[in-house]
Design a protein around this ligand. Structure first.
Ligand code: PRX
Length: 576
């Protein structure tokens, strides 16, 4: 166990001051008392936007937005209220009602954030999607959720044109950023035109705590991505975890670098900060070290929530670059999504003068479950301690709790406010999460040290984590099989110093096709376009057969062991 090193650097905070006491005395009911409840009904959009628009915060900036081309815009809480009211009215005229699914396929434009709020006001269910998705990924999500409306741009619509005919339930496409000479199809509507003549007052739906709010699709080992469904009740977890883990205060300028197509960008890029009335900065551009530092300098970012791959890339770009910028506004840094290397934390301490606070959670948990806190020393390499109200354990395969120091499955006791409520349309897969003696099984392995800090070990299944993106090997294998040259494929995550893991595919070709550099590039391009830009195999190895079990299942474990030169373990089920 590597817990000798401790970084203790307490920031000034009015957030969580005494972890042990908070953990002991914590009650979710107490957190609920700040929420506006009408006839036992609630709405997260009221808490995140409208309440501030009626308070002293009405002229406070909710959103500082910067486009990839450097265009900047600002929106106050009052402006966000009016725009989301308008957008809700507009969606209602299209027939959207409580419980309908409205999917969003947009870059990080202001309209993405406005429509997320509007959808909640309508009582509808939002489905944010990453703008790098290809047609297959979009089709699977819209098809499974039976989405009624899709909000996108003309460019992104063109990318998915080939699959639209497979979506009979989709009634309208709302197009954002339509140029004047663009010819709208009959079933499409222009966001800007509709918004112009729509009133900016909307009577929001008051919701049951358990009514669905958003669906995010995420990958498992097998099958298509699962529609992890969250509810308005999640706001209880969102608001307190944002306050205590991200340590946000009213005078902060907060930057979460994640896209709302991933759970971090939805929960902590949107709901969490706004539930706390915080000014949030959003950048719709790609990663660029110099640009990122310029953002912190220009917008005087105080709290920064990012990911290990980004931090490793910043580290690679060197210390001299950091020195060119005034980053003195920064007071708190957090990271999530993949293991955060201790050397990155040490580097951060050196160049930013601040420890990086790692935290752990999942799409399914809906909010941060394990974290490093401002009031606790950081042990580099550890994810930290459970959030108050969360019972975390390391268990064996039967659900018995294991003592400190022993590796096992990371499990949570069900019942926290933001726990997933269902897998859309798949009760069986939902129940599987709780199949080890009633624990919520995370799929990760970890251990706990004597001080109660949790340390990530790995995944218990084949799920790949590349640059913090969760990718199911099955999805990539299926997409590869759609290519006419591919007869069989097996996909694994291969350790990579910068990205955590990269995707590697082993491919058996049909007769008549021969391995070549050109074919390799074609397959990479094929997956980038069909599935998603982040989900393509950076390495492809052509082979004549794949190791399979006697029942025909590809043994990814064996592919991985062979590739990495590791012991192959039990191969008794291997086909001859
Ligand atoms: O394997 C863990 C890894 O990311 C998985 C969850 O992925 P996703 O649902 O996409 O959510 C990511 C952001 C909340 C986990 O099962 N993971 C997440 N945080 C960490 C991590 N692995 C190591 N250290 C972390 N801090």
């Amino acid at each position: 166990m590597k817990n000798a090193e401790i970084i203790s650097k307490k920031p000034v905070t009015d957030g969580l001051l005494d972890y042990e006491r908070a953990y002991k005395e914590f009650s979710w009911e107490a957190i609920k008392k700040d929420i506006c409840i009408r006839n036992n009904k609630v709405n997260i959009a009221y808490e995140a936007i409208d309440q501030h628009a009626q308070s002293w915060r009405k002229n406070k900036v909710a959103l500082y937005w910067e486009g990839a081309d450097g265009t900047c815009q600002k929106y106050t809480f009052l402006e966000m209220k009016k725009l989301s009211d308008k957008c809700a009215n507009m969606l209602r005229t299209l027939g959207v009602r409580k419980g309908d699914r409205v999917f969003i396929f947009l870059p990080r434009l202001p309209e993405l954030y406005i429509s997320m709020i509007a959808i909640a006001k309508l009582g509808a269910i939002a489905g944010p999607m990453f703008s790098a998705f290809g047609p297959d990924a979009v089709r699977d999500r819209l098809h499974n959720s039976e989405a009624l409306v899709l909000i996108t741009t003309p460019e992104l619509k063109e990318r998915i044109e080939t699959v639209l005919w497979e979506l009979p339930k989709l009634e309208h496409i709302v197009l954002v950023n339509v140029k004047e000479d663009y010819e709208l199809e009959e079933s499409d509507v222009c966001y800007k035109t509709l918004m112009k003549d729509t009133p900016d007052k909307f009577e929001m739906e008051w919701m049951e705590w358990e009514d669905p709010l958003y669906i995010l699709y995420t990958s498992g080992t097998t099958g298509k991505p699962k529609g992890v469904t969250h509810v308005h009740n999640d706001m209880i977890s969102h608001s307190i975890t944002t306050k205590w883990v991200l340590d946000l205060r009213d005078d902060d300028v907060y930057w979460c670098t994640a896209d709302p197509g991933w759970v971090t960008g939805t929960v902590y890029g949107l709901w969490g900060p706004w539930l706390n009335g915080i000014s949030s900065y959003i950048y719709d551009g790609r990663f660029d070290a110099a640009k990122w530092y310029e953002i912190i300098q220009t917008f005087k970012v105080t709290v920064w929530y990012t990911a290990p791959t980004a931090l490793r890339m910043l580290m690679k770009d060197g210390d001299d670059l950091v020195k060119k910028y005034d980053l003195s506004s920064l007071r708190y840094i957090c990271s999530v999504g993949e293991p955060l290397n201790p050397e990155v934390i040490r580097w951060g301490l050196k160049v930013y003068g601040l420890p990086i606070h790692d935290n752990w959670w999942q799409t399914e948990t809906g909010s941060i479950m394990i974290a490093n806190y401002p009031c606790l020393p950081v042990k580099p390499g550890s994810m930290g301690k459970p959030f108050p109200g969360i019972k975390t354990a390391i268990i064996d395969g039967k659900g018995n709790e294991l003592p400190a120091g022993q590796h096992g499955l990371l499990a949570l006791k069900p019942g926290w406010p933001s726990m997933l409520r269902k897998v859309w349309g798949d009760e069986k897969r939902f129940k599987e999460y709780f199949s080890i003696n009633g624990w919520y099984a995370t799929g990760d392995t970890a251990y706990k040290d004597e001080d109660g800090y949790f340390w990530f070990v790995g995944r218990a299944d084949d799920v790949i984590n590349t640059s913090g993106h969760r990718v199911g090997p099955f999805e990539v294998e299926s997409a590869l099989l759609e290519h006419r040259a591919v007869a069989e494929s097996g996909v694994i995550g291969k350790p990579d110093a910068e990205r955590g893991e990269i995707i590697k595919a082993f491919v058996v070709l049909h007769e008549g096709f021969a391995p070549s550099k050109e074919l390799e590039e074609e397959l990479k391009k094929f997956i980038r376009h069909r599935l998603a830009a982040h989900a393509y195999p950076r390495e492809i190895e052509f082979c004549t057969n794949l190791p399979k079990t006697r029942s025909g299942k590809i043994m990814r474990r064996l592919l991985k062991a062979r590739d990495l030169g590791l012991p192959t373990g039990d191969i008794s089920t291997l086909e001859d």
